[in-house]
Design a protein around this ligand. Structure first.
Ligand code: ATP
Length: 142
């Protein structure tokens, strides 16, 4: 099967770049699977897991939202933030989740800051979920 050239980039760094077999992204309207020769496309991504299949292996990343563009020659994910599952600092994500939930519980005093707390909560929950799914996959592989 022909490969897809995939770049996952943020404003800070190139997080992942490789020739892969398949990409499954957290699209705005649900999971979006991209195989070679996919029609050109530009779409919004939500916070969640980006799965990359290559050979028999699967790499999992978490993104906090962004855009996915299928070009004739490559697939580009331009993410707000992105980490490979093995880079996720679970304690930090847990602390961010608690902070956001505490802020939301005082929402009547928050005003527009409520939206920021909600976005922060969505990012931290996506990180925790992806770290946990990657941990389970490692355990079942053993
Ligand atoms: P925090 O409040 O812990 O900073 P945040 O959701 O506000 O979390 P972001 O603004 O989404 O953080 O990300 C800032 C930078 O920190 C990005 O480079 C992102 O990849 C990285 N980052 C954030 N949280 C984590 C985490 N739990 N593990 C690894 N990297 C993280």
């Amino acid at each position: 099967m022909p490969d897809i050239k995939l770049d996952v980039v943020t404003a800070e760094r190139m997080v992942y770049s490789d020739d892969v077999d398949m990409v499954v992204a957290p699209g705005f309207e649900g999971q979006l699977g991209i195989l070679p020769h996919h029609t050109p496309l530009m779409t919004t991504l939500l916070p969640g897991e980006l799965r990359v299949k290559k050979g028999g292996e699967e790499v999992s990343l978490v993104i906090s939202g962004g855009f996915l563009e299928v070009r004739p020659d490559k697939v580009v994910v331009l993410a707000d933030t992105a980490e490979r599952a093995d880079e996720i600092d679970v304690e930090r994500a847990e602390a961010a989740r608690k902070r956001a939930q505490e802020r939301l519980s005082q929402q009547s005093e928050l005003g527009v800051d409520g939206a920021r707390a909600e976005a922060s909560l969505r990012r931290s929950l996506a990180r925790l979920r992806v770290a946990e799914m990657a941990r389970r996959r490692r355990v079942t592989k053993r």
